[in-house]
Design a binder for this molecule. Structure first.
Ligand code: PEP
Ligand code: MG
Length: 588
């Protein structure tokens, strides 16, 4: 059994699919002599078409952003023109009679062997570029190959180093039952996506890719953070029972979707959803959310090969708004940087401290054309046509640090409105909100609140900055804990200040959907929560079992504890008393 970090609750069993592997058709990896010339031509054609793609992307990105941003595509083109690499592939095809696909798999293995031993981070990053190029070639060599993979026909456990957003999209229509990653933590993007899809997941399991191969049976316990590869029959049957209980409870809770979200003493709360796109907006509606509290638009960019234009963005935002409950959507502007990079923005620029560097609005400010396009699209999405049902669109800016930035943001929004007016393009009213994720902003809340319409607390980042502990580094995950005295004190003061200024405040970090933390937040006076749709039924059920007075009592008790571990165990014990029926879902 391997221990990692529990990032998405539930127990599941399936067949491993190791994502670092270039899939090679098991029935066809060797060629007969007469097939060699055709295979070489097939490879050359795939290479030519890949280079054409990359050139087109390069020119689009350099026009829309800048030359530097487009430089990543030059790196990929250079790989496709590398004489050493090409001669290796050609020799494997013509002399060893390997298929082009098998040659690419061999190439990846060859470089992985070399680079695993290297300590050079730059070289290691080049491995990701090589994989990207191989993926592109594969799509031309054997477009249908991946679909033929037998292992993806049943319940699949995806095992990867870190799941990239593009891979998550690729997995969208596959039967993924569990996710295990070597890197990552509670708040990394693989975890967030897993939770939003209700898929049990464990992160931070070092070395799992080496110890597992595609086809192995794997148990994922996303409550305890355990991963078991090829378990013996007794263990397997014990976990099958847990798996059944988990799915049963999940289905049962889904029935409360139409009930109001109220605490045991009748206090109304608002349960909103965090979404990454249309599919999540649909599940927000299915799970009984009352709106979307956080739409992370970066997935739009992370999954596109180049910058989506204004019309394309508008169409996507409108689709999300139409699918969302009450057509209420809080659209967050691009939050790239930190752990999220896009091929055409900032990737060529390597930073020593990306989470404290050039991310979110800091990056958007330096791409004014592209930022304005997004703001225009959001304003336009808020327009309600005649005869159309009402909608409510909010604009949310990530990583706000000071008042000066808010003024600058306001000026950009005004400029976008002026442009649209002078072009006679209709747009709608949009509330202006800031994410509270930087400690400096928490300390100066009173000043910031005068300049914004609402606040959304991004506790994933706020906690990492308060505790000086990287949210994605498993080595410091014991410090990066929302249930700690420092975090509780800061949240208490932020919520109180927002209430004093009568500005709506929501918390949209992962802690909103964690039962232990939810109770504390309720006790701190918070009434609006935004979380992965999959958590909404559980939190609604939990709320109905607890009074606000009890939650306040638990906040006071938690504040007396000397460690985050103690707060956790106190809350675990209390939850078992308050809502024992939720046991199969509660993460330890
Ligand atoms: C947060 O920081 O809490 C948040 C919601 O934003 P993200 O996880 O996308 O950084
Ligand atoms: Mg954040």
């Amino acid at each position: 059994m391997r221990k990692g970090i529990a990032v998405s609750p539930g127990v599941t069993i399936g067949v491993a699919y190791c994502i670092h592997e270039v899939f090679v058709d098991p029935n066809k990896s060797l060629l007969s002599s007469h097939e060699v010339a055709g295979e070489l031509a097939k490879f050359d054609n795939a290479r030519k078409r890949s280079i054409e793609d990359l050139r087109a992307l390069q020119s689009k990105v350099s026009q829309q952003i800048d030359q530097e941003a487009a430089s990543i595509f030059s790196v990929h083109i250079a790989i496709l023109n590398d004489p050493i690499l090409l001669s290796k592939i050609r020799a494997w095809i013509s002399e060893d009679h390997l298929t082009a696909q098998a040659s690419l798999a061999k190439l990846v293995e060859y470089y992985r062997g070399l680079l695993d031993r290297s300590r050079d981070e730059y070289l290691k990053e080049r491995m990701a570029d090589l994989r990207d190029v191989v993926e592109r070639l594969t799509s031309y060599l054997s477009p249908a190959l991946k679909k033929k993979s037998k292992v993806l026909s049943g319940p699949t456990i995806v095992i990867a180093d870190e799941l990239l957003p593009s891979q998550v999209v690729m997995l969208g229509n596959k039967p993924v039952h569990g996710i295990v990653t070597q890197a990552g933590s509670q708040t990394s993007h693989a975890a967030i996506v897993a939770r939003s899809r209700g898929i049990p997941a464990v992160s931070g399991v070092t070395g799992i890719l080496r110890q597992t191969k595609t086809g192995d049976t794997v148990v994922v316990d996303g409550r305890e953070g355990h991963v078991i590869v090829n378990p013996d029959p007794e263990v397997l049957s014990a976990y099958r029972k847990l798996e059944r209980e988990f799915f049963h409870l999940r289905d049962e809770l889904a029935h409360n979707r139409d009930q109001a979200a109220v605490t045991k003493d009748g206090t109304a709360i608002e349960l909103l959803a965090n979404v990454n796109g249309l599919a999540d907006a649909q599940s927000a509606a299915a799970m009984g959310a009352s709106g979307v509290g956080l739409y992370r638009t970066e997935y739009l960019y992370l999954t596109h090969a180049s910058v989506p234009g204004e019309e394309e963005q508008l169409e996507i935002y409108n689709d999300v708004i139409d699918a969302s409950p009450n057509r209420f959507v809080t659209i967050r502007t691009l939050d790239i940087g930190g752990d999220k990079t896009v091929p055409f923005l900032g990737r060529s620029h390597k930073e020593a401290n990306p989470f404290m560097g050039w991310r979110s609005i800091r990056l958007s400010f330096e791409h004014p054309g592209f930022f304005l396009t997004q703001i225009r699209a959001i304003l336009r999405s808020a327009h309600v046509g005649s005869g159309e049902p009402g909608k409510s669109v909010q604009m949310l800016f990530p990583m706000v640090t000071n008042v000066e930035e808010v003024r600058r943001l306001r000026a950009i929004v005004r400029k976008a409105q002026q442009q649209l007016r002078s072009e006679s393009i209709p747009y709608g009213d949009v509330a202006f909100g800031m994410m509270l994720e930087v400690p400096a902003a928490a300390i100066t809340m009173d000043r910031l609140l005068k300049n914004v319409d609402f606040v959304s607390i991004g506790s994933n980042d706020l906690v990492q900055y308060l505790m000086a502990a990287d949210r994605d580094n498993p080595k410091v995950s014991h410090l990066c804990q929302p249930l700690s005295l420092a975090v509780i004190r800061v949240l208490e003061s932020v919520v109180a200040t927002c209430n004093q200024f009568k500005k709506p405040v929501t918390l949209c970090g992962e802690m909103a959907g964690q039962p232990q933390a939810f109770v504390i937040l309720l006790g701190l006076g918070l009434r609006r929560f935004s979380m992965s749709p999959a958590f909404i039924p559980t939190i609604k059920e939990l709320a109905s079992h607890i009074t606000v007075a009890k939650a306040c009592e638990l906040v006071e008790l938690s504040k007396k504890q000397n460690s985050s571990r103690r707060i956790h165990s106190l809350m675990n014990k209390e939850l078992m008393k308050i809502a024992p029926n939720l046991e199969p879902i509660l993460m330890s």
